[in-house]
Ligand binder design. Structure first.
Ligand SMILES: [Zn+2]
Length: 209
């Protein structure tokens, strides 16, 4: 785990953003909301309503098999002006797969997204954020940006929303932060309903990857 963190830190220092994006470089005060693991019935549509209520856009890293089962929700994400990224087809642990298997996961999801929305995905996030140099290089050759995050909400721990809000207030967002949430779990909706107005009042704009 520590080895992985060190390796990731080094990759991030050495590689250009178009190969591994960890933080936005916008000169304006902006942050990027990202949502992994959907689209999920009963959750993603409510999240879309909340984002619309606050008039902000985000980036949805969708799992191919979920997109395939929920084409209407995927289309709603797209039609609401959000950005769609690829998060593999099966969400298997990428470190246990060959590069060929990883590429097939990407390609299958890209084909599904394109067949439903008409648009290609040019941004990818590996399941559990597990990267290796061969995958990053292969993506770069295919003009796909590999996108990590700079601030993890830890919403997958399924803690109460108040605790997540408190943690994100104690460790405030910074310009360019890419925030990680998951839309297979309703807690992000409650958290963002509280925090989006706070971040807006602090002057942050919300951008998509
Ligand atoms: Zn995931």
């Amino acid at each position: 785990m520590i080895f992985n963190k060190i390796k990731f830190f080094l990759l991030n220092q050495v590689l250009p953003d178009r190969m591994l994006l960890v933080k936005g470089r916008s000169s304006s005060r902006s942050i990027y909301l990202t949502f992994d693991d959907g689209p999920c019935p009963g959750i993603t549509p409510l999240l879309l309503e909340t984002l619309q209520k606050h008039d902000v856009k985000g980036t949805f890293f969708v799992i191919g098999k979920n997109a395939e089962r929920n084409p209407d929700i995927l289309l709603d994400i797209c039609n609401n002006g959000h950005s769609i990224g690829n998060h593999s087809y099966n969400h298997h642990r990428f470190s246990l797969q060959t590069l060929e298997e990883q590429k097939q996961e990407l390609q299958k999801t890209n084909e599904i997204v394109k067949s439903i929305t008409g648009a290609s995905c040019n941004i990818f996030r590996a399941p559990q954020g597990r990267w290796n140099l061969r995958l990053l290089w292969s993506n770069a050759l295919s003009k796909i940006t590999s996108a990590h995050w700079s601030l993890d909400s830890l919403d997958y721990l399924k803690e109460p929303a108040t605790l997540i809000v408190q943690r994100l207030r104690e460790k405030p967002v910074k310009n360019g932060d890419i925030l990680l949430f998951h839309d297979d779990n309703k807690v992000c909706i409650e958290v963002l309903d509280v925090l989006i107005p706070v971040w807006k009042s602090e002057g942050f704009e919300f951008k998509v990857l």
